[in-house]
Ligand binder design. Structure first.
Ligand code: MG
Length: 377
């Protein structure tokens, strides 16, 4: 039985991963890491009993409660836990650029990385992929669209194009004018998926699809103009692959993250996670995506492959979302903040983790300057 460490166990991906592991019993959970959600972590520890636990802050009460478990703390501690647990598989479910650091460590240890952290590819790009190659790690995407494409690719045939779909997010039926006045509460109501705050807002701005085009470019080595993006309102069609002979393969299934999670953990085996899909109960349809309404997607396409711009795109988005949630800027300013940081950051090619973090730091400052401009208007 393969051993597994789940990084970010109390987040949306982490919780569902533990649910899958707990019900399938195909993997041995040896370690978890979490940020601040002690209550959820406590339940997870007593249910699945991992040998190693790492947390961002000190967890003295958990230590007392579980004396047989070895605890680690801080970002250093999470890294140390990974090295000590030395698992076969790592699920990288932590949010944010911190994920890159752990993903890089995971390439040195694990034989398989199940990747749910977008920043690993968006901010790490080639740096991460070279380490994956060097260490002969199997890289399994967990993002639903990328998992779909991964499942459809054929060993002997190069695809002409790939397709990733978008639900359109919570404001998909508003016109551009109305978007100026939309509130955080309105944006946080996603029509299909229940996810973290950032990704819900990113779905509405299409920054999420922008990040996913960048991810797909790195994962599948396909130029951006061959990565189609279309709207699928009920998120039943997750992705597709278009071949030279005119055949289109679409990936259809329930919008349920446990499916790509389970696929990544059990590949090439498909384990049951769900009731059978009923073709009669849903409509299968795709709509064009109006890139004018979603300038963040066009911007992502422009910067694909240029790592410093990709980093700025991601960091500025995080800063902008925080400013939007605390009502310092308008919904439509999120794009302005991202655009400004991407324009102003130095175009360079970072060669390691520290350089990536430096570009991230500078980008956040540039983004904050634009936030102040927008909020004073
Ligand atoms: Mg996705």
């Amino acid at each position: 039985m393969k051993s597994l460490v789940v990084l970010g166990s109390t987040g949306s991906i982490g919780r569902q991963t533990l649910e899958v592991v707990g019900s399938q019993k195909c993997l041995k959970l040896v370690g978890i890491s979490f940020g601040h959600n002690t209550r959820i972590a406590e339940r997870q520890i007593s249910y699945l009993k991992p040998r190693y636990v790492a947390s961002l802050k000190r967890e003295d009460s958990l230590k007392r409660e579980f004396p047989d478990i070895k605890f680690f703390c801080g970002a250093e501690g999470i890294e140390e836990m990974l090295r000590t647990a030395d698992p076969d598989y790592v699920m990288v479910g932590v949010p944010g650029i911190a994920g890159l650091r752990y993903s890089l460590v995971a390439t040195e240890i694990a034989s398989r990385i199940c990747l749910a952290n977008k920043e690993t590819l968006v901010c790490g790009g080639q740096i991460f992929l070279e380490s994956v190659k060097k260490n002969r790690v199997e890289l399994l995407p967990v993002d639903s669209e990328h998992s779909a494409v991964f499942q459809l690719l054929e060993q002997w045939n190069k695809p002409r194009r790939i397709l990733i779909t978008a639900s359109g997010g919570s404001v998909r039926d508003m016109d551009v004018e109305a978007l100026q006045h939309v509130s955080p509460a309105q944006v946080l109501k996603h029509p299909v998926w229940s996810m973290g705050k950032r990704v819900t807002i990113d779905s509405a701005t299409m920054v999420n699809k922008g990040l996913e085009v960048i991810e797909a470019y790195h994962l599948f080595g396909i130029p951006q103009d061959r990565i189609l993006t279309l709207i699928c309102r009920n998120s039943i069609i997750h992705g597709g692959v278009i071949y030279d002979d005119g055949v289109v393969k679409l990936h259809v299934g329930w919008p349920d993250m446990r499916i790509p999670i389970s696929y990544a953990l059990n590949y090439p085996v498909r384990q049951v996670v769900n009731k059978e899909f009923d073709m009669n109960s849903v409509s299968l349809s795709l709509e064009p995506l109006d890139e004018k309404k979603y300038p963040a997607l066009s911007l992502a396409r422009e910067i694909v492959g240029q790592l410093s711009f990709q980093i700025a795109y991601n960091s500025a988005d995080e800063v902008a979302i925080e400013a939007f949630l605390s009502r310092k800027i308008k919904f439509t300013d999120i794009f302005k903040v991202i655009q400004s940081a991407v324009k102003r950051v130095d175009p360079c090619d970072p060669s390691g983790y520290n350089e990536v973090m430096e570009i991230d730091r500078v980008s956040r400052i540039l983004a904050m300057e634009e936030v102040s401009k927008c909020s004073s208007q």
